[in-house]
Design a protein around this ligand. Structure first.
Ligand code: FA5
Length: 348
């Protein structure tokens, strides 16, 4: 039998067997047998080179035609078996096509992430750039470079978790950052003014938890340094943020505050959304909730990163992010954000 006759014989055998197949498992055996790598057809295609030149063209074309025919017959059979199965389901009442489909659960961003994106949008529209920094930080960036040397009382309000306190030099001790302010130093070491950045991220404090305090929370740092920046720029920027985020009618309060890395320093508070300023558990009966600390960048901080405070001035602020949606939506306990209760999270 020459090669062409063998192909004819193979075709009759393959199509004959295919016609009798009635389930998908047998169909897969058939595919391996007639179209798989070790099938007669594949072997024939691979050994075309051994044929005399005259035969090679005819046999090659015939083999390829047969492969295409077998592949398309396989697809038709698959379709036919699928339809037959569906039909039998329907006829036996096993399938009710009028039933609704299974619900497909769709995830969403955590409310804190949504708020971070929204705050970023407001500040980027005012010309700020968004940057991020490390959560495990050197003592130098978290404290020292921000005018908080060892034994400074300001360290007491920021007790943290130390990674390796035993290190000989203070500068080489590592900790979980207590605020996003270290990025002020890191950024100004690399980039000189004019600059405007916001830095969102996680921060950690070793402190007792209550309705407005938690040991892992988020902050967003703001920093603007340029010639002639003054306190009016700071207040204008933060008023504009408050107006756009909370609406025209919410009250904003600035009061003097102390942070070693700014001079002068302020804190900004918003009237409590839960009690509308009357006083409740959330605001500690004061009617106000403090959302950020801010001030004019201290000249010593600028000098430390080789920026001349006689030429440049700047403002900085650090906002607690969780308290922002609490104020906007009247959420009475910060712990709800991290309780993983879907009934709470699905509302956002
Ligand atoms: C700071 O962390 C300063 N780095 C802020 C700053 C930046 C001042 C730049 C000046 C210039 P403070 O410790 O007050 O400051 O924290 C800032 C905000 O974080 C607070 O106003 C509050 O909204 C939030 N916050 C502080 N502690 C907690 C806590 N335990 N849980 C939730 N939010 C907190």
């Amino acid at each position: 039998m020459d090669a062409l006759e063998q192909l004819v014989e193979l075709r009759v055998r393959a199509l004959g067997e295919l016609a009798n197949i009635d389930d998908v498992r047998k169909l897969e055996f058939w595919r391996i047998c007639y179209l798989g790598k070790k099938s007669q057809l594949s072997v024939a295609l691979r050994s075309l080179g051994e044929l005399p030149l005259d035969d090679r063209k005819n046999v090659g074309a015939g083999t390829n035609r047969l492969r295409v025919e077998l592949e398309s017959s396989l697809e038709q059979k698959k379709q036919a078996l699928h339809e037959a199965k569906l039909l039998s389901f329907i006829q036996n009442d096993d399938l009710d096509v009028s039933l609704p489909g299974y619900p497909f659960p769709v995830g969403r961003l955590h409310p804190v992430t949504q708020i971070i994106y929204e705050i970023n949008d407001i500040f980027t529209s005012m010309g700020f750039q968004v940057v991020e920094g490390p959560e495990v930080e050197w003592d130098y960036y978290n404290f020292e470079a921000l005018n908080i040397p060892k034994e400074h009382p300001a360290r007491d309000s920021m007790a943290t978790l130390w990674i390796d306190r035993e290190k000989d030099s203070v500068q080489r001790q590592m900790l979980l950052r207590t605020h996003t302010s270290p990025m002020q130093i890191r950024f100004m070491e690399r980039v000189k003014p004019p600059l405007r950045i916001v830095v969102p991220g996680k921060v950690y404090r070793y402190e007792a938890t209550d309705a407005t305090h938690i040991s892992m929370f988020h902050q967003i740092e703001g920093l603007a340094v340029d010639r002639g920046i003054n306190m009016a720029d700071l207040k204008g920027t933060l008023y504009e943020f408050a107006r756009r985020f909370f609406g025209e009618n919410r009250k904003v309060r600035f009061r003097c505050d102390y942070f070693p890395f700014v001079e002068p320093g302020v804190e900004m508070a918003i009237d409590c959304a839960v009690c509308k300023g009357k006083g409740c558990r959330l605001c500690g009966s004061s009617g106000w909730i403090e959302i950020l600390g801010a001030g004019m960048v201290h000249p010593e901080v600028l000098k430390r990163v080789d920026i001349d405070p006689e030429i440049y001035t700047g403002f900085a602020f650090g906002m607690g992010i969780e308290r922002i949606p609490m104020l906007r939506y009247g959420i009475s306990d910060i712990r709800l954000f991290y309780g993983s209760d879907l009934r709470f999270l699905r509302q956002f």
